[in-house]
Structures are given as C-alpha cells and as structure tokens.
Design a protein around this ligand. Structure first.
Ligand SMILES: Cc1cc2nc3c(=O)[nH]c(=O)nc-3n(C[C@H](O)[C@H](O)[C@H](O)COP(=O)(O)O)c2cc1C
Length: 72
C-alpha cells in the first residue's frame, strides 16, 4: 500500500513510475551500496513521462475473464 501511495502521489505531481519486483540482488547491492543484510523487495523507478508520442497499446483481458462476484 505504501508503494501504491508513492506511485499515486508521483502521478499527481506529473511523474511516471514503474514497479519492479524481479531484480539481481547482488548487482543492485553493488550499484547502490546497499548493506548486505538488507533485502530489496521492490524498486520503483520515477521519471518524467515523454512529452510526445503515444503510450504503447496495451493488451488486456476483459474484466469478466479475471473478476468474480462472490463466486469463481
Ligand atoms: C509489485 C509489482 C512488481 C512488479 N515487478 C515487475 C518486474 O519485476 N518486471 C516487470 O517487467 N514488471 C513488473 N511489474 C509490472 C510493471 O510495474 C508494470 O505494471 C508492467 O510493466 C505493466 O505496465 P503497463 O501497465 O504499462 O502495461 C510489477 C508490478 C508490481 C505491481
């Protein structure tokens, strides 16, 4: 929820974010000087969205395929 809140807040400031949960822990620790005993669970990249160009087209399943109402 904290991560989600951060992303919402960044978006409200005109920024873009991307959550990344799969990473090479060893390389990440080396690159950012993270103490060995710390395990990184999530990276959130933050940046300025491109001013031009269209967002890529997303392929999504219909909501009915992934959503149940009190029953599978
Ligand atoms: C908790 C969390 C972890 C994620 N980890 C990864 C990841 O390791 N690699 C990846 O390609 N996308 C990951 N994603 C998905 C991306 O953040 C992003 O939502 C996805 O690329 C879909 O982008 P789109 O909505 O523009 O299609 C993760 C999303 C969440 C919520």
């Amino acid at each position: 929820m904290a991560a989600m809140g951060l992303c919402y807040e960044a978006t409200s400031l005109g920024l873009g974010t991307c959550m990344i949960g799969t990473m090479n822990q060893e390389k990440l620790h080396q690159a950012f000087g993270i103490p060995k005993e710390r395990v990184v669970r999530l990276i959130i990249t933050v940046g300025y969205p491109a001013k031009s160009g269209e967002p890529r087209r997303k392929i999504r399943k219909d909501l009915d395929e992934v959503l149940g109402y009190n029953h599978w």
